[in-house]
Design a protein around this ligand. Structure first.
Ligand code: SF4
Ligand code: SF4
Length: 366
């Protein structure tokens, strides 16, 4: 049997959507990405610019590559029940409700990699971690289109899709037909984005996106960004929630099991667990990317935005945290709510930048 057909069948037997695309990205796709980078839309994600040469021309690194098998799994699962007890406020992006999707898809990708090799091909798989443009390949392979919300959308499956790619040495007999754009005149995601991050052309400005600030940004979040973040503790799904293509999206992959403790984490964990205990409790979850300190930072911002009664006790506790970003965020939160007295101990903070921030905030409070 043709190796391409055999691999497609094997992927579909595993419940995944599959499509083939040529490894070369069209010049227009490459130029748009370079333009996006040149405008600084990647914010602090410097690795995107560093990886761009491989991303735009994978054959620089994988000279044998001729084609890409794009795989998609659905994470359009329903929310799990909310656990009792704990301080469970704020929202978590849907994809993070399961133990890390990289780990869950990896065995399937490895099996396909092994199958490709047994068929005499070279192959290398990536699950959302390699320097490859999964969405561009998905469009080129006819799997779906990139909507104005910057997500891959497939009719019947929506945009809650996890993508993986398998580079192979198999040449494609003919170029597949790219998927047509099906957003029509709809602009709901542009109107719904709380921070105006979507640029309307299927890309976004990460400097404005809540997902960037809550997951990728390492340091302090400037106060002017706080209110836009609303209740989002980790990521943001607004531009997918408002998309009509997600209303009737079916979950076609049963490999993900959403967990209540991930969909509704207890915010106190981020202030009371040691880094080691946090890593144990949230092992193999997307929360490990921001880690305990950034989750504590985000929790303070959410509690502040909600004007939650637990803000003051937690901010007081956080002012003595071992991490300077958490202490500085506590200072910002206390100042935002006009609380001068609990800010004063931070004037003697061992980290000069935190002490300086506290001084500036107290001066601004008068
Ligand atoms: S993830 Fe949220 S902030 Fe980012 S573009 Fe979508 S709606 Fe806007
Ligand atoms: S909300 Fe409308 S414009 Fe935005 S991605 Fe969905 S269909 Fe396209």
């Amino acid at each position: 049997m043709d190796p391409l057909v055999r691999l497609t069948q094997a992927a579909e037997e595993r419940g995944l959507l599959a499509a083939w695309a040529p490894v070369e990205l069209p010049p227009g796709v490459q130029a748009r990405y370079q333009d996006w980078l040149a405008q600084g839309h990647q914010a602090g994600m410097a690795y995107l610019a560093e990886q761009a040469p491989t991303r735009l021309m994978p054959t620089r690194r994988f000279a044998w590559a001729r084609s890409v098998l794009v795989l998609a799994a659905s994470h359009a699962y329903p929310p799990p029940p909310k656990p009792f007890g704990g301080l469970r406020v704020g929202r978590v992006a849907r994809y993070a409700w399961v133990r890390d999707y990289h780990h869950l898809l990896r065995p399937h990708l490895e099996a396909l990699e092994g199958l490709a090799q047994s068929l005499g091909l070279e192959a290398r798989g990536y699950v959302d971690t390699g320097p490859l443009s999964e969405r561009s390949y998905a469009v080129l392979g006819g799997l779906g289109w990139v909507g104005r919300n910057a997500m891959l959308i497939r009719m019947g499956a929506g945009s809650y899709l996890t993508l993986a790619v398998l580079l192979t040495s198999a040449p494609l007999p003919e170029a597949p037909t790219p998927h047509p754009h099906r957003c029509g005149r709809c602009t709901r995601c542009l109107a719904g984005c709380p921070t105006g991050a979507l640029l309307g052309d299927g890309t976004l400005d990460a400097r404005l996106c809540i997902s960037y600030w809550t997951i990728e940004h390492r340091g302090l979040v400037p106060l002017e960004r706080w209110s836009g973040m609303g209740e989002w503790l980790f990521g943001c799904d607004v531009c997918q929630e408002v998309c009509p293509w997600n209303r009737r999206a079916r979950t076609f992959w049963a490999g993900f099991t959403p967990e209540p403790e991930l969909a509704y984490p207890d915010l106190r964990d981020f202030f009371t667990l040691s880094s080691r205990a946090f890593a144990r409790k949230y092992a193999a979850t997307a929360f490990l990317r921001p880690g305990r300190t950034r989750m504590a930072r985000n929790a303070l911002i959410v509690l502040s935005n909600l004007d939650h009664p637990e803000l003051l006790p937690l901010a007081r506790q956080a002012a003595g945290d071992v991490n300077p970003v958490v202490r500085a965020t506590a200072a910002q939160a206390l100042a935002r709510h006009g609380l001068k007295a609990p800010l004063e101990p931070l004037l003697r903070d061992p980290e000069p930048q935190v002490a300086q921030l506290a001084r500036g905030l107290l001066e601004a409070l008068g």
